[in-house]
Design a protein around this ligand. Structure first.
Ligand code: GTP
Ligand code: IMP
Ligand code: MG
Length: 333
């Protein structure tokens, strides 16, 4: 395995951050390069019991040797980026592309009023208005911000050079297939495509270089913001099942529904997925918490994973059994 993309098969918040952090350690990745929209994402990584909520910096920081890069397709909030570098202590191994577009206060203000707030229920982080300015060719670029100068790097070149050397590279996606601007239910979507081909484009890697596409599917489905959610259950019911979650960025309660096989199957198609990571199995079956071996799972959990494989049509290679980097079952060869 050398170039692996990690994307979400539902509406985001599936636990990509945790999967990326595990792969960075287990496969000793030389580079983790982030694609996706911007600081509307909230990736949670738990390292040595400490919880990191990352909105800009890639989740490979848990491996001390991994270079953390942000591709030109991503829109960047410099304040959030600089703060996260401090929090994760990665100043000597982080970079962003000169062509990342910059989120300004006016973008955040615009995102927090009118139809973006009321109708779409955006995260209010300014990503949509910034992408609109980028399309209009009036956006500010990362190379124009003096505070970012120490971190400016040619991200496509660095990622491709690592691949040339046969190193392991992870391309980290954000959001989810069904909030993609193109593949979700417009207008209840984010401001860019976020499927695997878009992640390639965001970081400047051609599709012929990709070896694996890991589709992350949580053991149940959640959605924040507006838009349809098939099989949605009430907040009370979600609480009873332990499915009540709160947004990493906005703190809003996530809406919840059972695992959706049809959506997962379509997401496999759109993303060209080669394997599935099922996360939060321990929430469906608490006895699975912290397990590292498939053989230790109860029969009903094994039956659920077998049903996913049968109905979605791909092997479930990774199974999340807790929020910690090592709380996972790795069934890859
Ligand atoms: P977006 O890019 O915002 O879509 O985020 P994401 O896919 O990285 O997911 P996010 O971190 O927002 O939400 C996942 C939550 O589940 C976090 O709180 C993780 O710590 C937690 N988590 C991830 N995997 C597991 C797991 O297998 N079990 C449990 N119990 N928690 C998990
Ligand atoms: P925006 O991306 O902030 O413009 O928000 C558009 C829609 O996408 C809203 O429904 C948000 O809740 C949702 N969204 C954006 N980013 C994420 C994410 O990282 N996880 C889950 N939902 C997201
Ligand atoms: Mg999230």
């Amino acid at each position: 395995m050398s170039c692996t993309i990690v994307v979400d098969g539902f509406f985001g918040d599936g636990g990509k951050g945790k999967i990326v952090s595990y792969l960075a350690v287990a496969d000793d990745a030389a580079v983790v390069a982030r694609g996706g929209v911007g600081p509307n994402a909230g990736h949670t990584v738990v390292k040595n019991g400490v919880k990191y909520k990352l909105r800009m910096v890639p989740c490979g920081f848990v491996n001390d040797r991994t270079l953390q890069l942000i591709g030109p397709g991503v829109v960047v909030n410099p304040e959030v980026f600089l703060k996260e570098i401090e929090d994760t202590d990665i100043a000597d191994r982080v970079g962003l592309d000169p062509q990342c577009a910059i989120i300004e206060q006016k973008h955040i203000d615009e995102d927090r009023r009118g139809h973006l707030k009321e109708k779409i229920g955006t995260t209010g982080t300014g990503t949509g208005p910034c992408n609109a300015d980028r399309a209009l060719r009036v956006a500010k670029m990362a190379h124009e911000i003096p505070e970012l100068a120490p971190y400016i790097k040619d991200v496509p070149l660095l990622v491709n050079e690592a691949l040339d050397k046969g190193e392991n590279v992870i391309l980290e996606g954000t959001q989810g297939t069904y909030i993609s601007l193109y593949h979700g239910g417009y207008p209840y979507v984010t401001s860019n495509d976020v499927c695997s081909a878009a992640i390639c484009s965001d970081v400047g890697v051609g599709p012929t270089r990709v070896d694996e596409v890991v589709l992350v599917c949580k053991a149940y489905v959640t959605r924040v913001g507006e838009g349809p959610l098939e099989g949605e259950i009430s907040h009370e019911e979600a609480k009873k099942r332990g499915w009540d979650e709160y947004g990493t960025v906005t703190g809003r309660q996530r809406r919840a529904a059972p695992f959706n096989y049809a959506l997962a199957k379509r997401a496999v198609m759109i993303n060209g997925a080669t394997q599935i990571a099922v996360t939060k199995l321990d929430i469906l079956y608490p006895v699975c918490a912290g397990k590292n071996s498939y053989d230790d799972l109860p029969d009903e959990a094994k039956a659920f994973l077998a049903e996913v494989e049968e109905k979605v049509g791909l092997p479930v290679t990774l199974v999340g059994t807790g929020p910690g980097v090592r709380e996972i079952i790795d069934r890859r060869d």
